[in-house]
Design a protein around this ligand. Structure first.
Ligand code: CA
Length: 241
């Protein structure tokens, strides 16, 4: 249960730091890249083989993945292929290979960029910043929170890779939530934005709609995304209860 003494007027916390996953089996490279990124305020996790890398990439909430091609367990190609079935996290391939065919293969499989080793850290950092910026301009097309994926263009919703069908109203409510992640939203605000009406006198309509949406996007899953702030409204985020 979320705390019910949350003050909606408190300023929002500073935005969380960007999280980067490094999937790299060479300890020296992993340590070098990780140290450099940490110095630039990124939160970094390292996986040293393809299987662990895929597990973290699909279960963690990363803003970007640096993916080596030649890896024990599962190579970078298979990791990317499996990842793309579930998530669109930007992927930057790091590889000692410099074959044109490899670059093409990586990009066809859905990699966002490709950097050949050895590389200067400054170049890696520049590419990372570009990809993260590009990601933030795509916010209007696709929003992800934990394992929930909302395609705002096709109006398609999935969670943990499973397609979820919503009614128009349920979708409108979810759309409002995903544009206000981490904010306390009152029933009145929701009523005004989702129903385009003033429901001051009967915000029960909102509670009913939230219950229906919860039944589809939260109830079947362990981690809840819609949290009730008693007497105030709701918060949509992936924090632990
Ligand atoms: Ca390698």
């Amino acid at each position: 249960m979320a705390p019910d003494d949350t003050d909606p007027d408190l300023p929002h916390r500073t935005p969380p730091r960007m999280r980067i996953l490094i999937v790299e089996d060479e300890p020296k490279t992993a340590a070098y890249v990780s140290k450099g990124l940490a110095e630039h305020a990124y939160v970094v996790d390292i996986a040293s083989n393809g299987i662990e890398g895929l597990h973290l990439a699909t279960s963690g909430n990363y803003d970007l993945i640096l993916l080596d091609v030649m890896l024990p367990g599962a190579d970078g190609w298979s990791v990317l292929q499996a990842l793309r079935r579930e998530r669109q996290t930007p992927v930057l391939f790091l590889s000692a290979r410099d074959e044109v065919a490899d670059r093409v293969k990586g990009l066809e499989l859905g990699a966002d960029d490709y950097l050949v080793k050895p590389f200067a850290f400054s170049e890696l950092l520049a590419r990372i910043r570009t990809l993260l910026r590009r990601g933030s301009t795509q916010v209007e097309q696709r929003i992800r929170l934990a394992d929930l994926d909302v395609d705002l263009v096709r109006r398609r919703v999935s969670r943990a890779g499973e397609r979820i069908d919503l009614t128009a109203k349920e979708y409108a409510l979810l759309d409002y939530f995903v544009h206000h992640i981490g904010e306390v939203v009152s029933r009145t605000l929701i009523a005004e934005h989702v129903w385009d009406m003033n429901f001051d006198s009967d915000t029960n309509v909102v509670d009913v709609a939230v219950r229906r949406l919860r039944a589809k996007i939260d109830d079947p899953f362990d981690a809840k995304l819609i949290h009730t702030i008693r007497g105030v409204g709701y918060v949509f985020d992936s924090r632990a209860e």
